[in-house]
Design a binder for this molecule. Structure first.
Ligand code: THU
Length: 139
C-alpha cells in the first residue's frame, strides 16, 4: 500500500525530473518517478533526438535507471506531463516496457499527474488489460 505522502513525493519528483527534459522538437516535457519494491526512487525525463524516432520517453528512462541500480520490481509510478495540459498517461511502448517489471498481480499504482495538483490513479491491471508477459525478468 502506497501512502498519500509517498504518492505526493513521487509526483513532486516526477515534476522536478520533467524540468530536465530535452524536448527541442515537441516542447512537451515529461518526467517520471518509479518507486522500487526495495524503497529506492528512480527518476527520468524524455530525451528527444533529431532523428525523431530515437526519442526516449521519461518512463523508460526512469525504468532503465531502476534496473541499472539493481532493483527489479516496480511498486509505484508517477508521471508528470502537465505543464501544457492535463494528466499524461504512458504511451503503449512504455506500458509494455514497465510491465516487464511490474508486480505479479499488476496492482502497482500509477499516478498520472497534471498541473494544480490534479492526478489520476490507475494500475498496471487497468492500463494493460491483456498483458503480454512471456516470462518474469528476475535475471
Ligand atoms: N513522451 C513521454 O516521455 N512519455 C510518454 O509516455 C508519452 C510521450 C514524450 C516523447 C516525446 O518526447 C514527447 O513526449 C511527445 O510525444
Amino acid at each position: 500500500m502506497i501512502s498519500n505522502e509517498m504518492r505526493d513525493r513521487l509526483i513532486a519528483m516526477a515534476r522536478e525530473a520533467s524540468q530536465n527534459a530535452y524536448v527541442p522538437y515537441s516542447h512537451f516535457k515529461v518526467g517520471a518517478a518509479i518507486l522500487g519494491e526495495k524503497g529506492g526512487i528512480y527518476t527520468g525525463c524524455n530525451v528527444e533526438n533529431a532523428s525523431l524516432g530515437l526519442t526516449i520517453c521519461a518512463e523508460r528512462n526512469a525504468c532503465t535507471t531502476m534496473i541499472a541500480q539493481g532493483e527489479r520490481r516496480i511498486a509505484a509510478v508517477a508521471i508528470y506531463g502537465g505543464e501544457k495540459g492535463g494528466e499524461a498517461a504512458p504511451c503503449g511502448a512504455c506500458r509494455q516496457f514497465m510491465l516487464e517489471f511490474a508486480d505479479e498481480a499488476l496492482e502497482a499504482p500509477l499516478y498520472f499527474a497534471g498541473r494544480d495538483g490534479s492526478f489520476v490513479t490507475s494500475s498496471f491491471q487497468e492500463i494493460c488489460p491483456f498483458p503480454f508477459r512471456n516470462f518474469v525478468g528476475n535475471d
